[in-house]
Design a protein around this ligand. Structure first.
Ligand code: NAD
Ligand code: WQD
Length: 338
């Protein structure tokens, strides 16, 4: 049975991807420091699929921990989700982000090289594009990150591409996610941010479940149809299935680096998301209209055609399903994993 190591697999996107991998017949092992997640997520994954999942609690920057897992598992591939992901935190403490995200990737790649594990799928981000010149954004667009977090993603992409170029026995998929939202329809796993949510959907869900009084709505004067910013929200299970497609594509891609946008190709405004969430939750979801949030771009959505042609994957789930499934998680787990 083919085995895949999922770093950061106790986290939001990693745990959902573990469900898709297990249901497709992969053996899955998780390496996670649990610094932004709980082992309860891995237990919930096992409950959803009815199969066990190996969890090694450890840090990708710890050479001995990574060496141990790779040597014991001898995985066919690695999905690398582990890392820090907050844009504002990266602006406040850039060195922490550069060290954390780049050391994690470098230590992992070196261990993979030592053991002849040469297939990797990497969690990149649409933040590598910064403010695009044209929309929708294709992978050919200029990459010009506007914050240290985005730079760590672009630098890690470059690190991986250089490794593949140095040894064509490697193959890699670099997946640039747009805005992942929602949860597995079972409601057993979902997004469980630490502290005050930075992102729209988890904040809205916490308002719906009574943890927060109202949504701060950042910016109603954008040059968009309803004045609020437009984004490409993608269901986390679509994203998970995109990783499965990318992993399977690696089997016939030796020496290649696939760079793919994972988005729906459709944009939704903040007001449209609020309306969809009101419909899904039955709650009023009061909002306080505020000035624009520094660093936000007015519009950002994907051209997902390369993922369709290279990976045979397209997102299928609607905004209503994203809100329905996100609410299934939050309403059953008001305090997240606790
Ligand atoms: P998350 O914080 O829920 O998951 C990341 C997981 O990695 C957590 O379980 C955390 O404990 C673990 N981790 C962090 N550093 C580690 C380290 N050094 N060693 C081992 N484990 C470590 O985040 P997420 O939303 O699931 O994102 C997963 C990946 O996708 C990240 O790399 C993120 O940058 C990227 N991404 C996320 C989004 C998004 O909006 N959520 C968008 C684009 C890209
Ligand atoms: C979406 C819209 C906000 C919160 C971020 C990261 C990106 C990626 C995905 C990691 C914007 C508005 C938000 C709130 C609001 N993460 N908003 N009130 O900024 O598009 O992308 O997450 O890779 O790197 O930048 O997502 O959900 O934060 O914001 O009005 O409480 O919702 O202003 O217009 P964003 P978001």
């Amino acid at each position: 049975m083919a085995t895949v190591l999922v770093t950061g697999g106790a986290g939001y996107i990693g745990s959902h991807t573990c469900v898709a991998l297990l249901e497709a017949g992969w053996e899955v092992a998780v390496l996670d420091s649990l610094e932004n997640s709980s082992s309860a997520a891995v237990e919930a994954v096992a409950e959803i699929v009815g199969r066990g999942v190996r969890l090694d609690v450890g840090d990708c920057r710890d050479e001995s921990a990574v060496e141990k897992v790779i040597a014991e598992l001898d995985p066919d591939a690695v999905l690398h989700f582990a890392g820090l992901k907050s844009v504002p935190d990266s602006v406040a403490d850039p060195l922490r982000y550069y060290r954390h995200n780049l050391e994690s990737a470098a230590v992992l790649l070196a261990a993979m090289e030592r053991h002849g594990v040469r297939r990797i799928v990497f969690s990149s981000s649409a933040t590598v594009y910064g403010t695009p010149d044209e929309l929708p954004v294709s992978e050919a667009a200029k990459t010009r990150p506007a914050n240290p977090y985005g730079w760590t993603k672009l630098m890690t992409e470059q690190m991986i591409a250089d490794v593949v170029r140095s040894d064509p026995r490697w193959s890699a998929s670099l997946l640039r996610y747009f805005n992942p939202v929602g949860a597995h329809p079972s409601g057993l796993i979902g997004e469980d941010p630490e502290g005050v949510p930075g992102n729209l959907m988890p904040y809205l869900l916490q308002v719906a479940v009574g943890r927060r009084p109202m949504l701060p709505l950042y910016g109603t004067d954008y040059p968009t149809p309803d004045g609020t910013a437009l984004r490409d929200y993608i269901h986390v299970m679509d994203l998970a299935e995109g990783h499965l497609a990318a992993l399977e594509a690696l089997e016939s891609s030796t020496g290649q680096v696939h760079i793919c946008n994972l988005g729906t190709g459709r944009a939704a405004s903040v007001r449209e998301v609020i309306a969809a969430m009101r419909e899904a939750t039955g709650h009023l979801l009061p909002c306080e209209e505020l000035e624009r949030r520094p660093g936000d771009v007015p519009e950002l959505w994907a051209d997902p055609s390369r993922a369709r042609s290279e990976l045979g994957w397209s997102a299928t789930r609607t905004l209503a399903e994203m809100c329905r499934d996100g609410w299934a998680w939050q309403s059953k787990n008001p305090q997240g994993f606790g």
